[in-house]
Design a protein. Structure first.
Length: 406
């Protein structure tokens, strides 16, 4: 398809939709985005952990399956599949997820994620240089805290896999952790050691989305329609002619679905590559910066939460809850705050009430987003990035363009 003077209509103005729009605009498409919210990145992209880790493994793994009985007996650990097994509507997703936990499937899925994430790194660095976007990006690295010696042994196996595939993962002892990250020195949580990721980055996904939306409208003359809900897709034979929206019809030459959990209901039954998607609820708290903010972003594996500095704020993020209810339980806020303060007591001003946020991560069973043609000749999809939308968005946009150009 000759992209010049072709109109691409993208549904969704989160990180994936904006990244897809940017890549298509660079290719010469006239771009229109349709967003049901009043501004970009008010959904899952709004207040995530900000992590940019370019070498990581898929969620479904042999060790996850091995620990499943323990997880089911301890729902407070927020095991990803435990809650899914409790609800019949989620059983197809859970069954497919279990099928991804073999050593070979885990490796295959992880390598695909690593490839896509590294395409994001290259594209993100290029974009930063070309457009001078400030989104509180930092490249000091990341530390993953392990509670026990047994955890360190398991972490070394993961680190070896990542090193063999381009990663820079180093398993280090407790003293090295405290030297690398002084904000941990007053910690009351158990720290046997950690995994240091020197090449990990961090950035404010919401701020990036705001700035990228500006680049699209100012430099590429893209149209972004806010407060517009897509109600139906209008079909003519095997083509999409237009979108029926809450504010009228929007036509185009190609249409791309870049939505979260609910928007995928618009996809036709003829889409053979459709995967089950489940919403995984995450919660984040944002505090003013404290007396000893972290240089590195930090993940506490035992507590399953992240603490990171984004400019003059501290972001604490955690939880994987299977629920469509976006209400925030005060108990969850209290527990997350308590764990963060125990890990890094001076990182944030914990006396201030945090800005609490929640969002649903659109999770596929294999951790891989759906990218490509979606049932009609001119309908495409780039969706289902789970908790890795920020890490995969620009890389998946590159892959989307390749699918469109096939």
């Amino acid at each position: 398809m000759n992209s010049r003077n072709k109109n691409a209509v993208i549904i969704g103005a989160g990180i994936v939709g904006l990244s897809s729009a940017y890549r298509l605009a660079c290719e010469g498409y006239d771009v229109t985005l349709v967003e049901q919210e009043s501004e970009p990145a008010l959904g899952t992209s709004h207040a995530n952990a900000g992590q940019l880790i370019y070498n990581f493994g898929a969620m479904g793994s042999p060790s996850f399956l091995k620990n499943l009985p323990k997880t089911l007996l301890h729902p407070s650990r927020h095991g990803v599949i435990a809650a899914a097994l409790c609800h019949p509507k989620n059983w197809p997703w859970a069954a497919s997820f279990i099928g991804q936990c073999s050593p070979q499937q885990w490796q295959n899925n992880s390598l695909k994620l690593i490839k896509m994430a590294n395409r994001t790194r290259e594209a993100l660095h290029t974009l930063k240089e070309q457009h001078d976007i400030d989104f509180n990006w930092r490249g000091e690295g990341k530390i993953i805290i392990h509670e026990t010696e047994a955890d360190l042994i398991a972490a070394e196996k993961t680190a070896e896999f990542q090193r063999n595939h381009g990663g820079n993962h180093q398993v280090i002892g407790r003293n090295e952790c405290l030297e690398l990250e002084p904000a941990l020195k007053e910690s009351t949580r158990k720290i046997a050691g950690g995994t240091y990721l020197a090449d990990a980055e961090i950035g404010d996904c919401n701020l990036f989305c705001q700035k990228l939306a500006g680049v699209l409208t100012n430099k590429f003359k893209a149209k972004i329609h806010y407060d517009v809900k897509v109600e139906a897709i209008i079909r003519e034979k095997n083509q999409i002619a237009a979108l029926k929206t809450s504010k009228g019809m929007i036509d185009g030459d190609i249409f791309i679905m870049c939505t979260g959990v609910n928007g995928l209901k618009l996809l036709p039954d003829s889409f053979a590559g459709k995967k089950p998607i489940i919403g995984v609820k995450g919660i984040s708290l944002t505090y003013p910066i404290g007396n000893c903010p972290p240089n590195l972003s930090a993940t506490d594996t035992a507590g399953k939460f992240v603490v990171a500095r984004l400019g003059d704020q501290i972001r604490v993020a955690g939880y994987a809850i299977f629920s469509d209810n976006l209400a925030i339980n005060p108990k969850h806020v209290s527990l997350l705050a308590k764990k963060a303060k125990a890990l890094m007591p001076e990182a944030a001003n914990y006396d201030e009430d945090p800005v609490a946020w929640t969002g649903l991560r659109p999770q596929t069973p294999d951790d891989l987003p759906m990218i490509g043609k979606a049932g009609f000749e001119n309908l495409y999809i780039n969706a289902g990035h789970g908790s890795s939308g920020w890490i995969l968005a620009l890389g998946s946009a590159e892959e989307l363009l390749e699918k469109i150009n096939e």
